[in-house]
Write a protein of this length. Structure first.
Length: 233
C-alpha cells in the first residue's frame, strides 16, 4: 500500500514538472517544425518590423537615386538628340546635315566641307545655335540675300559691320518693304506687319525709324529689337 502511494506521488511530481517545463520552454517541436512561444513571437515580430522599415528606407533611397538617374538620362538624351538643318550659299558642299541639338552652326559648316573663299564671315555668326529644320544661307561678299521665311534665322542673328551705309543696305526699308519682308523682322508677325503698312499708307511714309513706335503693338522694347534691322529710304 505504501509503495502504491509513493508511486502515485512520483507520477504527480513528473506531471507537474512537465507542465512547468512546457510553459517556460521557448518552443516545442511539433511535426518537424517549431512553434514559437508567445514571448518569442512578440520579439520576432519586433525584429521583422525593424527589417521591414530598413527595407522601406532602402527602397526610398533607391527611388531618390532612380529619380536622379532619370534626370541625368533626360539631360544626356537632350544633348545627344539629332537634328537636321540645311546649309546653302558660300560653302563647299551645300546640303542637309545632321547635328546634335547642342552643336553650333560652325559644326554644320564643317560637315559642308567649310566656307568658300567668297564667304562673307563678317555677316554670319558661326557660334550661333541652330534649330531643327532650319535653313542657313552663308552669304558671299557683296551678295544681297532677301529676308524670308527660309533664311530668317541666320539673317536675324548676323553681326553686321559698323559702316552705316553698308549696314543700311542690309536693313529693311520700312517705307517700301512688303508684308512678307516686314513679317521676317524679329518680333513682327503678319498682324503687326499689316499695321505697319496701314500706318505707312495713311501717313504717306515714315520720317524716321523711331516713328514706327506710333504703330499699335510696337512699344519701346520691341523697337529696341527692331532698330538694328530697319531703315528708311
Amino acid at each position: 500500500m505504501k509503495q502504491k502511494k509513493n508511486f502515485i506521488i512520483i507520477i504527480v511530481i513528473i506531471a507537474i514538472s512537465s507542465v512547468f517545463l512546457i510553459k517556460n520552454n521557448k518552443f516545442i517541436e511539433k511535426n518537424d517544425s517549431y512553434v514559437v512561444s508567445g514571448a518569442e513571437s512578440e520579439k520576432s515580430n519586433l525584429e521583422n518590423n525593424d527589417i521591414e522599415k530598413n527595407d522601406n528606407n532602402q527602397g526610398d533611397f533607391s527611388k531618390i537615386e532612380n529619380i536622379e538617374d532619370v534626370k541625368t538620362v533626360d539631360k544626356t538624351e537632350n544633348m545627344t538628340k539629332k537634328i537636321s538643318i540645311y546649309i546653302s550659299g558660300a560653302v563647299n558642299s551645300p546640303g542637309v546635315v545632321e547635328l546634335k541639338s547642342n552643336e553650333r552652326l560652325m559644326e554644320g559648316v564643317k560637315l559642308c566641307d567649310g566656307l568658300t573663299d567668297e564667304a562673307d564671315t563678317n555677316r554670319i555668326n558661326l557660334a550661333m545655335k541652330v534649330k531643327d529644320e532650319g535653313h542657313y544661307i552663308i552669304p558671299k561678299e557683296g551678295e544681297e540675300i532677301a529676308l524670308n521665311d527660309s533664311n530668317e534665322n541666320i539673317e536675324n542673328n548676323n553681326n553686321y559691320g559698323n559702316d552705316s551705309t553698308e549696314g543700311d543696305n542690309k536693313k529693311i526699308n520700312i517705307n517700301g518693304a512688303s508684308k512678307e519682308e516686314l513679317d521676317s523682322l524679329p518680333g513682327v508677325g503678319e498682324v503687326t506687319a499689316q499695321k505697319i503698312i496701314d500706318y505707312r499708307e495713311e501717313n504717306k511714309e515714315f520720317k524716321s525709324i523711331d516713328e514706327i513706335k506710333n504703330v499699335k503693338g510696337i512699344g519701346e522694347n520691341k523697337f529696341n529689337d527692331l532698330k538694328d534691322y530697319i531703315c528708311i529710304q
